[in-house]
Design a protein. Structure first.
Length: 697
């Protein structure tokens, strides 16, 4: 069984600021390590501004109590819970207000005074003392050396100094003051120069994984000043190896400073996101080169106001759009907010696979926050694609049907048909093909090939080519078929459409010797997989061959494994003549992937939470997946996502409608975090559909 959330850790691992040694020790009584997962780490929002810059986040008494609980019994007089230290007096400046200082102060006094004067949360100072020099918890904390205390916050101790620090900033009081002063300076407050810009919030910034530049960088969208300050202080972001082993070591390119800050802060204090914007998004290709995005967003501090949403494609900002479309369902879930918080826009992204992310711009207290889960969308582009079939409609005539689309335009494509390597017809593929329109949303139905032209009697090789006219790409071969004009053998044609892992064989066939429906043999990758009766209604065939009637269509469905497959059809002859190959089509089934979908959560009544949404696994599209839902990290609901969702069926016709999430469970009053996971089947992995903060009355 695949696990969703890591079990509670029994040890609290701490690390040096960059890539140094690891020290482990038991969590103190009264404090337990939370079941954090590296997947929860947001490199662009390590801590909200409202948390980081809360200078009164703990008072002196609370700090002293915390230090006593964490450090325990000191083995000397140097521990932070019992030692006495000096703090120089400082006048007011743009970073901090005046501090009187003193010659024999407790660490709790210094932390509280500096935090209040500089507007830095004492919790931030405490966590930094631990992640830099392990002065709060563990063996070093219970008997710190003078050298460790001299560099308590790691301030003015650059990587290039190989462990050395500037003596002008040595000592517990100096280290706490100047580290806090520097965090404020990173924000370029009024009265200072605009010097610190390379990690400035509101854009994508390249952050190294390690002091070793060869380990590479990660493009991180920095969402707030606090996160930028942490990167200025420790300019590395954890790589995947460090996140995969959250309470231990990664690999040679792992740096742990900001990972450990985030982990320690959340294990000890947690971080409130109640003030941040929240909601959900979805994205799908809407047409040539652009994506339609939907969803909703609300800011809890201004729930009637419109949240501005920044849209990113592959880390690049595309623009900022308002979440002000009508969403009555959101209004019902959040009656105080009203309906007008929906997202409905289109983004121009170009062809290829894109990762679409949304950032809600905070109103009032709180921080900018990601709205829902990022979406991966494959936007078709390049060479036209499609299929063809050819037949001899009457003596001296050949008819070619099929379909083709140029992914760079909704306009119909010109098709050239060659008979025995000689141009026989040039036509525009604009005939109605609703089946194609259903498979390729927003391109429309008018992409069918329907051309009839003269040909001499006998057996001919008929090939159709789509002519690329817009954007990059070539002129692809849609298919070749052998057609016998005025023969007694069966004739007709076939083509294949693909939706997800399902290939549908279409076409038609008639034997001149009978009006009955023929048997059609289907072979996939050279192996016959059975026969199907060509008795589907094809009024177009009936109009061309009125004596045969319309019931000669081929319609067979096969679920295929990922990869490229060749599907061939053969009409079984009746009477004179012989079996006739109706054609072969090569199709590509996309690689197996993890489930996808979305969720939203609300409290429709006192004491209850309702979770809705949908999910599909590309490997088994018709299977109703199990969805596990967690309330504040504890499992509260598990069951199949099999509620009817007609909108999902319209977007994913091969999957059907039975993929909706409908879970309801009891919850105590207050603010809760609700997360839902789709349980993967086949290849891939379990997927987080989303997390939302819900206030239960």
């Amino acid at each position: 069984m695949k696990r969703l959330i890591a079990v509670a850790a029994s040890v609290l691992a701490v690390a040096s600021v960059l890539v140094g040694f690891q020290i482990t020790g038991p969590a103190s009584s009264g404090e337990s390590a939370s079941a954090l997962s590296g997947s929860q780490f947001d490199a662009g929002n390590i801590i909200p501004d409202s948390e980081f810059y809360n200078g009164t986040g703990m008072n002196e008494s609370q700090i002293q109590t915390f230090l006593n609980a964490q450090i325990g019994t000191c083995s000397s007089s140097s521990c932070l819970n019992v030692g006495r230290y000096s703090l120089n007096s400082h006048g007011a400046d743009a970073m901090c207000s005046a501090i009187p200082g003193g010659g024999s102060m407790s660490a709790a006094q210094i932390i509280a005074q500096v935090g209040a004067a500089c507007g830095i949360n004492p919790k931030v100072i405490i966590v930094t003392l631990q992640k830099e020099q392990t002065l709060i918890n563990g063996g070093i904390a219970r008997n710190p050396s003078a050298a460790v205390l001299q560099r308590a916050m790691g301030y003015a101790c650059p990587d290039s100094a190989n462990g050395g620090c500037d003596p002008a900033y040595a000592g517990v009081g100096n280290q706490i003051y100047w580290a806090s002063w520097q965090w404020k300076r990173y924000g370029n407050p009024a009265g200072t120069s605009n010097y610190f810009t390379w990690f400035a919030p509101g854009g994508n910034r390249n952050v190294q994984y390690s002091p070793n530049a060869s380990c590479g960088t990660k493009s991180v969208y920095i969402q707030n000043k606090a996160t930028a300050a942490l990167y200025y202080y420790t300019p590395y972001t954890p790589n995947q190896a460090a996140l995969n082993n959250l309470y231990g070591s990664g690999d040679g390119c792992s740096a742990y400073g900001n990972r450990n800050f985030w982990r320690l802060y959340n294990d000890w204090f947690g971080v409130s996101t109640a003030d941040n914007p929240f909601g959900g998004i979805d994205a799908k290709q809407f047409g040539p080169g652009y994506v339609q995005v939907g969803g909703w967003a609300i800011d809890p501090n201004a729930n009637t106001q419109t949240v501005q949403v920044q849209w990113y494609s592959d880390g690049k900002l595309l623009g900022t759009l308002p979440a002000n479309a009508s969403r009555p369902d959101v209004g019902r879930a959040y009656p105080g907010a009203g309906d007008n918080h929906g997202i409905l826009s289109t983004l121009t992204v170009g062809g290829g696979t894109h990762t679409i992310c949304a950032i809600g711009v905070n109103i009032g207290s709180g921080s900018n926050a990601q709205i829902g889960a990022c979406q991966t969308v494959n936007v078709l582009s390049g060479t036209p694609f499609g299929g063809m079939n050819a037949l001899s409609s009457s003596a001296g005539k050949i008819t070619v049907n099929g379909w083709t689309i140029d992914p760079d335009t909704t306009a119909p494509v010109t098709v050239d048909v060659y008979v025995d390597d000689v141009l026989g017809s040039r036509s525009v593929a604009n005939a109605s093909r609703p089946d194609v329109g259903r498979s390729y949303l927003n391109y429309g139905d008018a992409h069918g090939i329907d051309t009839t032209f003269s040909a001499s009697g006998g057996t001919h090789q008929v090939c159709a080519w789509a002519l690329n006219a817009v954007g990059a790409g070539g002129n692809p071969l849609l298919g070749c078929q052998t057609v016998t004009v005025a023969a007694t053998s069966p004739f007709g044609g076939s083509d294949v459409t693909v939706s997800g892992s399902t290939a549908t064989v279409n076409g038609w066939t008639i034997d001149p010797d009978t009006a009955n429906a023929l048997q059609v043999k289907v072979a996939i990758d050279g192996v016959q997989v059975g026969t199907t009766t060509a008795n589907a209604s094809r009024p177009d065939v009936g109009r061309v061959y009125p004596s045969a009637g319309p019931n000669h269509g081929i319609n067979a469905v096969y679920d295929l494994t990922p990869g490229t497959h060749t599907i061939c059809t053969t009409a079984v002859n009746v009477g004179g003549g012989s079996d006739t190959a109706l054609g072969c089509s090569t199709v590509t089934i996309g690689a197996s992937s993890s489930p996808f979908g979305g969720m939203d959560a609300a409290s429709p009544s006192a004491g209850r939470v309702q979770v809705n949404g949908w999910t599909i696994d590309p490997d088994q599209q018709t299977t109703a997946l199990r969805v596990d839902t967690y309330l504040d990290g504890s499992g509260v609901a598990s069951g199949p996502a099999n509620a009817t969702r007609a909108d999902v069926a319209r977007s994913y016709p091969a999957a059907g409608a039975a993929h909706g999430i409908n879970q309801s469970f009891a919850a105590r009053a207050g603010s809760h975090t609700v997360c839902s996971y789709a349980i993967n089947v086949g290849a891939g992995k379990n997927v987080l559909l989303g997390c939302q903060v819900v206030t239960v009355g």
